[in-house]
Design a protein around this ligand. Structure first.
Ligand code: HSE
Length: 438
């Protein structure tokens, strides 16, 4: 059978990894796909640049659109990133009747609804396993492996750079900027690393996970997002004293009033497997009503881990090149005309537990004032710790863990506590997730 001919757009870290994996494992891949998969043409901004892969047999061009429009290309692999040029190329590939494989999380999270509509009209596939958690086949697991379940919630460490930074800060007391620079050198961080540390990258991935878990349209602009810039070593240490670790999580949860979609740092019990996912690694817990919690762990970034997902998508696409378009796995797991309009809840309506830390005068009545405010708003304290001030200072650190409460009430309580003349610094608030079965 004629080989499937791939047009590769972008020869950066993941592009080069994809070339290498396809070459090295070509025989195995052919046995799985049923035909040979060859990269026939590739587009790169700097074709003369030295790259960590052999380009033998690949026609290299600068004009990506010419690759997309080439009638000899069966599948377009988009590894350019971003939502401008990449979007035009993907939509043009679809218009030309070509299947698309992409690892572009921003493009899927922001423009995915439009792209999938166009693809459905044309009867082509847009596969995006590499967009979420690099090499972990979590899209396939949720969309196919868990198809018998009603998904209740998922929670994941879905940004390797952020997890690497938090792990290095905790284990080696390293500075934030120093660890970030290392992640950039290693090729883990986004082109704009603020996407990693401010939670944007994780929010792109969570948008996609939330949609395939609950069958809702992609709604990136409804995700509540908080990054890790404000996490400091004192909170990491106090969290450990209570038996928790701080992780940057993406959480999607079904509640009676709607769907929670949120990215923020959270304390999680140190005995949870997720609390022990360190460094660049990613992991996602997905809990279904039938199966209970399931865990997917692996490398969430890097050349070959992401290429692993891209090539798996290529195998899927090539296998279905001749299949009836109506019999394919739907892009967002649920048939497009059955997507639900469940609302995505604003952060104020989310219910979770909290870690609080405040600096307060070390004198009688201060703690009573704080606990009265919390009590009046129905906020129950689970644990409390007071660190005595150093000699000759008069402010103590008060650290608390609360039971679950609606965020609106906690915001109100924090506002009132910050108005107490005896409380000095802004109150530090980090959400806390027990990640229980339900
Ligand atoms: N910058 C991302 C991360 C790369 O650190 O996880 C994979 O999306």
């Amino acid at each position: 059978m004629r080989p499937a001919r791939i047009g590769l757009l972008g020869l950066g870290t993941v592009g080069a990894g994809t070339v290498n994996v396809l070459r090295r494992n070509g025989g195995e891949i052919e046995r799985r796909a049923g035909r040979r998969i060859v990269i026939a043409r590739a587009a790169a901004r700097e074709p003369g640049k030295t790259r960590p892969c052999s380009l033998e047999g690949i026609e290299l061009v600068t004009d990506a659109m010419s690759v997309v429009r080439d009638p000899d290309i069966d599948v377009v692999v988009e590894l350019i990133g971003g939502c401008t040029v990449a979007k035009d190329l993907v939509l043009e590939a679809i218009a030309c009747g070509k299947h698309v494989v992409t690892a572009n999380k921003a493009l899927i999270a922001i423009d995915g609804n439009e792209i999938f509509r166009a693809a459905s009209r044309k009867g082509v596939m847009v596969a995006f396993e590499g967009a979420v958690a690099g090499g972990i086949p979590v899209i396939k697991a949720i969309r196919e492996g868990l198809a018998g379940n009603r998904i209740e919630w998922l929670a994941g460490i879905i940004n390797g750079t952020g997890n690497f930074i938090l792990t290095e800060m905790r284990d080696h007391g390293r500075e934030f900027a120093d660890v970030l620079a290392q992640a950039q050198r290693l090729g883990y961080a986004e082109a704009d690393p603020s996407f990693d540390v401010d939670g944007i990258d994780a929010a792109h991935k969570l948008t996609i996970l939330g949609s395939i878990a609950f069958g809702i349209p992609l709604q990136f602009n409804r995700v509540s997002i908080e990054g890790i810039r404000d996490i400091n070593r004192a909170d990491v240490t106090y969290a450990e004293a209570f038996g928790y670790r701080i992780k940057h999580l993406g959480i999607a949860r079904r509640t009676p009033s709607g769907i929670e979609l949120r990215v923020h740092p959270a304390l999680i019990p140190e005995r949870r497997l997720l609390a022990n996912v360190d460094g660049i690694m990613n992991a996602i817990v997905v809990s279904g009503d039938a199966v209970g919690p399931t865990l997917y762990y692996g490398a969430g970034a890097g050349a070959e881990p992401t290429a692993s997902a891209v090539v798996a998508d290529l195998v899927d696409v090539v296998r279905t090149l001749t299949a009836d378009p109506h019999n394919r796995v739907p892009h967002l797991a649920f048939q497009p005309d059955t997507l639900s309009d469940l609302p995505v809840l604003p952060m104020e309506e989310v219910e979770t537990a909290y870690y609080l830390r405040m600096q307060a005068d070390d004198r009688p009545g201060v703690l009573a004032d704080v606990t009265r405010i919390l009590g009046d708003l129905g906020i129950s304290i689970e644990a409390i710790l007071q660190k005595e001030p150093p000699v000759a200072q008069h402010q103590a650190s008060i650290i608390m863990i609360t039971h679950r409460v609606i965020e609106r009430n906690m915001n109100q309580a924090i506002g009132m506590i910050e108005h107490l003349s005896s409380v000095h610094a802004p109150v530090v608030r980090i959400r806390l997730e027990h990640l229980n079965r339900r």
